[in-house]
Design a protein around this ligand. Structure first.
Ligand SMILES: Cc1cc2nc3c(=O)[nH]c(=O)nc-3n(C[C@H](O)[C@H](O)[C@H](O)COP(=O)(O)OP(=O)(O)OC[C@H]3O[C@@H](n4cnc5c(N)ncnc54)[C@H](O)[C@@H]3O)c2cc1C
Length: 385
């Protein structure tokens, strides 16, 4: 259970990270993704909570601290795409790797926490998104023990600018649970070609693209875990993502709720404040409800991870959290868009509603439809993907 002391320290982390982020964002208004990323990360915002609190300090654990930090960055007004990129790197890559790699292997990635090294998670291919076993990218073991990586990953967040990719590839032609392996691939070598950033419509502040591997030689120590453990590792990275990635939305949601309340308090309609309509008040209350539910769920997942629960064992709860927050975020934004009227569709109105980015959350980290199938299967229904 969260104590009063812990609650106040979570709020302290949120407030101090918001203050640091506000300054970094102001300095880099209009700059490109990597510049803004670096400005935020050099404040220590991506390493916050990387050490566990001193025993008996009562402070929040590392996952909760990282979550509060990302919430603070969003509260400071960081665009949703930047918040998403930070949460994705922190929870979808850094945390899982910390539990799988030796200190030395982690060190060999370079300084991730300074913003000098940017990671990406390369799983999806043009022909296979939800179904990883259909991937065609392959890593063939060579006589000297190295691997030769060939193929193409697509729709990868940060691919156009990342330094190192956690790349999933087939090490066996069979379609079985041991056919895949994961590798840490240096994307700065000539055998890796990056696409131009895709013209995507969601989370526009972080670039997405494809990576083509034209026979990249990988030393044996680039393999993460054992050969054939790729699918098991994917279970861990996706459990982390489903549990924690939607944390990126908490700050932007609070931001939108606050500005919507201000708008409803100031806007006059029919000779009275718009907020004195019960229908308007109910929409605002529904927004607050969606944010409250989402925040409670994500902080609960962080507390369970801090308590040492294994991500793999949290898979069902993580899937439910991801579906719930993703769907609440869509409903929340729809209410805000209704209340903003025409200003919801004017970029510089201060009330512009981004309906597309919340919708994208029902696709990444496992489409919600497929997660529903997983949940039903866990409950005992004889249903397969
Ligand atoms: C903003 C964003 C960021 C992303 N970042 C990354 C990244 O960093 N790295 C990466 O590797 N990938 C990334 N992706 C890609 C993402 O992982 C894939 O989009 C996802 O796995 C789904 O694959 P797909 O889009 O090919 O959908 P498909 O597999 O084609 O599925 C589309 C839809 O079909 C339906 N469907 C399909 N099969 C079933 C079934 N058996 N049961 C029920 N419904 C079904 C569902 O409604 C599903 O949503 C990102 C995507 C987005 C939107």
């Amino acid at each position: 259970m969260t104590t009063r002391a812990q609650v106040s320290s979570v709020q302290d982390v949120v407030a101090s990270s918001a203050e640091l982020a506000r300054a970094a964002l102001a300095r880099t208004t209009g700059a490109d993704f990597r510049t803004r990323w670096k400005a935020l990360v050099t404040q220590g915002l991506l390493s916050a909570g990387s050490r566990a609190p001193a025993a008996g300090s009562g402070g929040p654990g590392p996952v909760t601290t990282a979550l509060a930090t990302i919430e603070g960055i969003g509260l400071a007004g960081a665009p949703a795409g930047l918040c998403y990129a930070l949460a994705s790197q922190r929870f979808g890559i850094q945390h899982p790797l910390q539990s799988m790699l030796s200190e030395q292997a982690l060190h060999s990635l370079g300084d991730v926490t300074s913003g000098d090294v940017l990671l990406c998670h390369a799983l999806t291919e043009e022909g296979g998104g939800s179904d990883p076993l259909s991937m065609s990218t392959s890593a063939e073991r060579q006589a000297d023990g190295s691997y030769l990586l060939t193929g193409m990953k697509s729709f990868v967040t940060a691919a156009p600018v990342a330094d190192i990719g956690l790349v999933f590839a087939r090490t066996s032609a069979d379609r079985n649970p041991f056919a895949l392996s994961a590798f840490l691939v240096d994307l700065r070598v000539p055998e890796v070609k990056r696409s131009e950033p895709f013209a995507k419509t969601a989370l526009t502040e972080v670039p997405m693209g494809s990576l083509t591997f034209g026979g990249v030689r990988l030393a044996p120590d680039r393999l993460v875990g054992q050969e054939g453990s790729g699918l098991a590792l994917l279970t861990v990275t996706t459990a982390w993502e489903r549990a924690m990635l939607l944390s990126y939305a908490l700050g932007p949601m609070r931001h939108v709720l606050d500005r919507t309340v201000d708008w409803c308090k100031s806007r006059e309609h029919f000779g009275r404040k718009m907020g004195s309509s019960h229908l308007v008040a109910a929409r605002v209350a529904d927004m607050a409800l969606a944010l409250h539910r989402s925040r409670e769920l994500v902080y609960r997942m962080a507390a369970r991870l801090d308590a040492g629960e294994r991500p793999r064992h949290l898979a069902a709860a993580a899937a439910l959290t991801k579906i719930s927050v993703a769907e609440d975020y869509v409903m929340f934004t729809k209410q805000a868009a209704m209340l903003g009227g025409v200003r919801s569709f004017i970029e510089d109105s201060g009330l512009c509603a981004d309906l597309i980015s919340p919708m994208a959350a029902s696709t990444y980290a496992g489409p919600n439809d497929l997660l529903r199938v997983t949940v039903a299967r866990e409950l005992g229904l004889p249903v397969e993907n």
